[in-house]
Design a protein around this ligand. Structure first.
Ligand SMILES: C[S@@+](CC[C@H](N)C(=O)[O-])C[C@H]1O[C@@H](n2cnc3c(N)ncnc32)[C@H](O)[C@@H]1O
Length: 279
């Protein structure tokens, strides 16, 4: 007779720890992935699941290793084509015009995964800024997953990951179009040099206290939708404070309708997902 597995009451403790440290909502999808991760990790360590959950909820290091495994990292270059068309045609040209005296631009990709998002922004700017002008473009790219950041910092991708890029972009910015060693292509250093990767938790208030100045554009795409209500609101408050007046926030198209903020206005002339902090 099959023995029915009893629900693990300590799973709740672990979900609560993940919610309070990373701001994540304990939805059914997260619970399912978490259950698998707990089974694997407890077996590997020779612990029963109850003991493992109690230990992981108390240990920041172990909690981080759980977070590293369960965070969804799905991403791609120019993920939402309509949004990237608007960035290229309207948002970035407007920001470049605003900064035509100081030639400085600050952008933040918050929840950057393996780098496709900040690198898409860097490619657009490389195309938009005239070759004879010197600009200081800083794209801060933050994520909590160390493995994703390691991949991102190498700037190497499989050719299949570039399939949605127009061929002129592939040819101009990626080396070895048929793959280095037949398997990978490498993003040009000219594009990579403007992107600084940093390991951090977006739900950690300290991160926001130590930000390097204010941002003209923050892209926080497909991150807020995985947060619980309080975390989403707090993160939005912090985003508002981190934007310059007139600065833009871009979120994922799928999450646009999930929140509103009294100090952010939907940018009506742009596709869904764009908000602006009024001057
Ligand atoms: C679904 S991916 C989206 C990646 C990219 N923004 C995009 O739209 O293509 C979400 C990313 O946010 C990161 N993330 C989630 N919660 C985070 C947090 N509290 N702090 C830092 N990064 C977080 C995950 O590790 C993951 O890489």
């Amino acid at each position: 007779m099959a023995v029915k597995k009893l629900p693990n009451p300590h799973m709740r403790t672990l979900e609560t720890a993940l919610s309070s440290v990373y701001g994540w909502a304990a939805n059914p999808a997260l619970k399912q992935v978490l259950q698998n991760v707990v089974s694997n990790k407890s077996q590997r360590l020779g612990l029963d699941e109850f003991t493992y959950c109690r230990m992981a909820a108390k240990s920041r290091g172990e909690l981080h290793s759980v977070a590293e495994e369960i965070a969804l990292g799905e991403t791609s270059f120019f993920r939402e084509p309509e949004q990237y068309r608007a960035l290229r045609a309207m948002v970035l040209p407007e920001l470049l015009e605003r900064h035509n005296q100081d030639h400085k631009l600050k952008i933040w990709s918050a929840g950057c995964s393996s780098g496709e998002e900040p690198f898409s922004l860097a490619i657009l700017l490389e195309e938009l800024i005239p070759a004879n002008e010197t600009w200081r473009v800083e794209i801060l790219a933050v994520d909590l997953r160390s493995r994703a950041l390691l991949e991102a910092s190498q700037g190497r991708y499989h050719p299949a990951q570039l399939q949605h890029l127009a061929s002129p972009v592939r040819e101009k910015f990626f080396l070895g179009h048929h793959g280095l060693d037949g398997t990978q292509v490498e993003l040009d250093r000219r594009v990579r040099r403007n992107v600084k990767f940093r390991h951090a938790n977006l739900y950690d208030p300290q991160l926001w206290q130590h930000l390097p100045g204010l941002f003209d554009l923050i892209v926080c795409s497909n991150v807020l939708m995985h947060m619980h209500h309080t975390a989403m609101q707090q993160t939005l408050n912090r985003i508002v404070q981190a934007l310059v007046p007139g600065g833009y926030l871009m979120v994922g198209v799928a999450e646009t309708g999930l929140f509103s903020h009294s100090k952010l206005k939907a940018a009506r002339s742009l596709p869904s997902g764009f908000f602006v902090k009024p001057e």
